[in-house]
Write a protein that binds this ligand. Structure first.
Ligand code: ATP
Length: 200
């Protein structure tokens, strides 16, 4: 099984690019989607997390429909590093297991694993190649702001917490330049798709 990891900072264009690979029939496994799936209402992991935080932090993390109240959890782990560590120790293996099972189930010539923190979380170890979507920081800010309508300072904080553009590029096997219009992506994706097919 050939797995191509795809990553890039916030608003770099991962979704836009993976949509183009999907149009070629390629299965895309999305780590962000899986991170939400493993704590869906009724999941054993969510029950475990809720129990732990009720006991140690005297907090009810579930709303009336059993959904995780993410803002509450974020607040606690922002203020308390051991809570963050406990959460990561429990979330990461569950996410990794689900990623592996979705990769194994994928029925396309190769499969893509999309994750904003692919490199930070060592998910690149599951991949034969790493494809980085590259854009300058000013464009990251502009496009994310246009999409989400949030404060510039909030996006800057996320960019600062992610790997720098330079570090990411050093780890890239392949690079897509997304600094121009979306049409410029089509030939780049087509070229890489042919290259990845030749690996199979
Ligand atoms: P995130 O990590 O925040 O989920 P992402 O990497 O998946 O983001 P996208 O959602 O694909 O990024 O792109 C961010 C925004 O920029 C979207 O609104 C998208 O439509 C827009 N966009 C992507 N590529 C281009 C482009 N080449 N020109 C103009 N707008 C673009």
């Amino acid at each position: 099984m050939i797995v191509i990891g795809i990553t890039g900072g916030i608003g770099s264009g991962k979704t836009t690019v993976t949509n183009l690979f999907q149009a070629h029939g390629i299965v895309v496994v999305d780590a962000d989607v899986i991170a939400r799936e493993v704590v869906e209402p009724g999941s054993p992991l969510l029950a475990h997390i809720a129990e732990y935080f009720a006991k140690h932090y005297n907090t009810d993390l579930l709303d009336t429909s059993g959904q995780l109240i993410r803002s509450k959890l974020r607040e606690i782990i922002f203020a308390d590093n051991s809570a963050k560590q406990w959460l990561n120790e429990h979330m990461h293996p569950a996410i990794r297991d689900e990623i592996l099972s979705q990769l194994k189930a994928a029925k396309s010539p190769y499969v893509m694993l999309s994750a904003p923190l692919l490199l930070e979380n060592g998910l690149d170890k599951l991949c034969q190649r790493v494809l980085v979507i590259d854009i300058p920081e000013a464009l990251q800010l502009e496009r994310t702001q246009q999409r989400d309508g949030v404060a510039q300072s909030q996006i800057e904080a996320i960019i600062a917490a992610q790997m720098s553009r330079e570090e990411r590029l050093i780890k890239a096997d392949d690079i897509i330049d997304n600094s121009r219009d979306t049409q410029s992506l089509t030939p780049q994706v087509e070229h890489l798709h042919q290259q990845y097919l030749s690996l199979v």
